[in-house]
Design a protein around this ligand. Structure first.
Ligand SMILES: [Zn+2]
Length: 272
C-alpha cells in the first residue's frame, strides 16, 4: 500500500490534484491569484481566484490543462435523437450549397475569435425564449437514419414570431442568413463567452449593436435546416460548446463552487 502511494507521488507532481469535469459541462477551477488569461472567465471570491471553463465535448476521456492544473474530461451519455427531413437538398446539399456552408462556417469562426473588451459583470443567464426544451444538448443525431454531428445546442420550442431575448449584456458580432442555421445572430458577452441563435424568422439587431440582458434580439422561425419553428441556442465558452441547461439552473454559477468552500452568494452582479 505504502509502495503504491510512493510511486504515485513520484509519478505525478506532489502537489497535483486531479480534477474531473463532464463532456460539454462547465468547470470552476481554483487558480493562483497571479493567473491571467483572455481565454477564460476569471473571478475572485474571498481572496480566492477561479476560472469558469467550458469543457470540450468528448466521446473518450481527455485531459486538458488550465493554469498548472489538469482536468480529466469524462464522456457523458446524452442520448440520441432521430429526425426525418424530406427536402433532400437540405439533407444532401449540392456542392454549391456545401461550398456556401463552408464559407459560413469560416464567417462564424472569425466572429467567435473576435475578443471584445466587454467586461461581463453578471453571469445569471436569462432564458432566451419561454418554450420548453425539445432537443437536449449532446445527443447523437441521425437524420433519415444516417449518423450526423452531435447536437451541441439546446432546442427551445416556440411559434413563428415569438420573441428571443439576450440572456446577458452583449455586443452583436454576426447577423446573417446561413444555409443550415437560417437567420442567425451571434452575441459576444465578453470573457470569451458567445451565444448564437439560429432559424429566426427575423433579426432585430445589426453587427456592432450593444444589447442589454432581456433586450429583444430576434423572433423564432423555421429558416435553414429545420423541421419546424424553434430556437437552436448555442453557448460557446472558451471555444467549447457547452450544455446551455447548466446556465439555466437558478443557482448557476454558485453551484459550481460548492465543492471548494463556503462560498458567499455575492458574485459580482449588475443591478437589474
Ligand atoms: Zn438544434
Amino acid at each position: 500500500m505504502f509502495k503504491f502511494l510512493a510511486l504515485f507521488l513520484f509519478s505525478s507532481s506532489i502537489f497535483a490534484v486531479s480534477y474531473e469535469g463532464d463532456s460539454g459541462g462547465i468547470f470552476a477551477l481554483p487558480v493562483s491569484s497571479e493567473y491571467i488569461s483572455n481565454d477564460y472567465l476569471l473571478f475572485e471570491i474571498d481572496g480566492k481566484s477561479y476560472v469558469i471553463a467550458g469543457m470540450p465535448y468528448v466521446l473518450e476521456e481527455k485531459v486538458i490543462k488550465i493554469d498548472d492544473k489538469e482536468i480529466k474530461v469524462l464522456p457523458v451519455n446524452y442520448g440520441e435523437s432521430r429526425i426525418t427531413i424530406e427536402n433532400d437538398s437540405l439533407v444532401n446539399p449540392s456542392s454549391s450549397d456545401q461550398e456556401r456552408a463552408a464559407k459560413e462556417r469560416k464567417l462564424l469562426q472569425s466572429a467567435l475569435t473576435k475578443k471584445s473588451n466587454f467586461i461581463l459583470s453578471d453571469l445569471r443567464f436569462l432564458r432566451p425564449v419561454e418554450g420548453a426544451v425539445t432537443s437536449g444538448f449532446g445527443k447523437k443525431r441521425f437524420i433519415n437514419d444516417l449518423p450526423r454531428a452531435p447536437h451541441l445546442a439546446l432546442d427551445l420550442d416556440g411559434f413563428d414570431g415569438d420573441p428571443i431575448v439576450a440572456p446577458l449584456d452583449a455586443e452583436v458580432v454576426l447577423v446573417d442568413n446561413f444555409f443550415y442555421s437560417g437567420n442567425i445572430i451571434v452575441l459576444d458577452h465578453g470573457s470569451n463567452i458567445f451565444t448564437s441563435y439560429s432559424h429566426m424568422s427575423k433579426s432585430h439587431r445589426a453587427v456592432g449593436d450593444f444589447v442589454k440582458k432581456g433586450d429583444l434580439i430576434g423572433e423564432i422561425g423555421s429558416t435553414g435546416r429545420v423541421t419546424g419553428p424553434h430556437l437552436h441556442w448555442v453557448i460557446y465558452m472558451n471555444g467549447n460548446r457547452i450544455n446551455p441547461e447548466i446556465v439555466l439552473n437558478k443557482d448557476f454559477p454558485m453551484n459550481l463552487l460548492a465543492d471548494y468552500q463556503d462560498v458567499p452568494a455575492n458574485l459580482p452582479q449588475s443591478e437589474e
